[in-house]
Design a protein around this ligand. Sequence first.
Ligand SMILES: Nc1ncnc2c1ncn2[C@@H]1O[C@H](COP(=O)(O)OP(=O)(O)OP(=O)(O)O)[C@@H](O)[C@H]1O
Length: 310
Amino acid sequence: MTQWAIEATALTRRFGELAAVSSLDLQVPSGSIYGFLGPNGSGKTTAIRMLTGLLKPSDGHVSVLGLSLPQEAEALKRQIGYMTQRFSLYEDLTVWENLQFVARIYSLGFREARKRIQQLLSTYGLEALARQRAGSMSGGQRQRLALAAATLHNPSLLFLDEPTSAVDPQNRRDFWEQLFDLCDRGTTILVSTHYMDEAERCHRLAILDSGQKRADGPPEVLMATMGARVVELEAPDLRQLKQDLLGLPEVVSAAQLGARLRVLVDDRVERPQQWLAGLPQARMATSLEAVRPSLEDVFVTCTGAAREGQ
Ligand SMILES: Nc1ncnc2c1ncn2[C@@H]1O[C@H](COP(=O)(O)OP(=O)(O)OP(=O)(O)O)[C@@H](O)[C@H]1O
């Protein structure tokens, strides 16, 4: 196995005037869970489609599992699994029939298919639903079926495009347990999401915005090196305080969270807590607390989202 499951250099896809993905450099380590974090329209699906060989890049080089794309896309197909954003199985077929259909696509023999399907039904808690039509299942059940279908042929690389957008928090947690199980068994996973908590579970991630990669690395490194520190304030008039603080060049962003104001202070300010406490704008503050950064803070600092949203 090569060190990198995916390597891309200057990967670009244009649709007319629009650069949906622009000069993307990427290295995804084998055996890890790698995240694409970005808002709607940031280019996550377009990048994934290029990395699966389904969409031709306008520019750049891509190698996936040692195969050059798009030239070797056909050879790649059997080695990857792809769970698309929308449920792409047959709603009129039962769970069993859907999996049988996928097994036929991968030319599994009758016995082999039956064994593998039974295995998958057990892994993904679908045994009792085997004879149920996919169209009548809940979001979480459909998602488990889609994951079973995407992994039926034991791919070494799995692409998941916003897999948890239609499921509740408990199902999301269970789903991530299943991803870690797959990863423990050696599968490399590339997963796109716009949920920050989900991105934080990845071993590494790339932050995408308007088709460009703004940052990449392990979540804890991104949080430690984002160039700002976080202080939460409590005060009587948070809306006014927010406006006042945003006028200061040292303040990267300020966002209200319930009764608190979360302030990102440029890390050139040595003691952000004391600095804020000494500002006349913050004289009414009743509490000031330094807190751990989140990926949302990283996102705000590297995309400039906070200032645009003022
Ligand atoms: N086939 C296409 N033709 C024209 N424009 C496209 C096409 N596919 C995507 N785009 C545009 O490219 C940009 C990136 O879209 P993409 O679907 O890759 O983003 P995304 O991050 O996956 O968004 P979402 O979270 O909404 O799925 C968008 O502006 C989109 O409208």
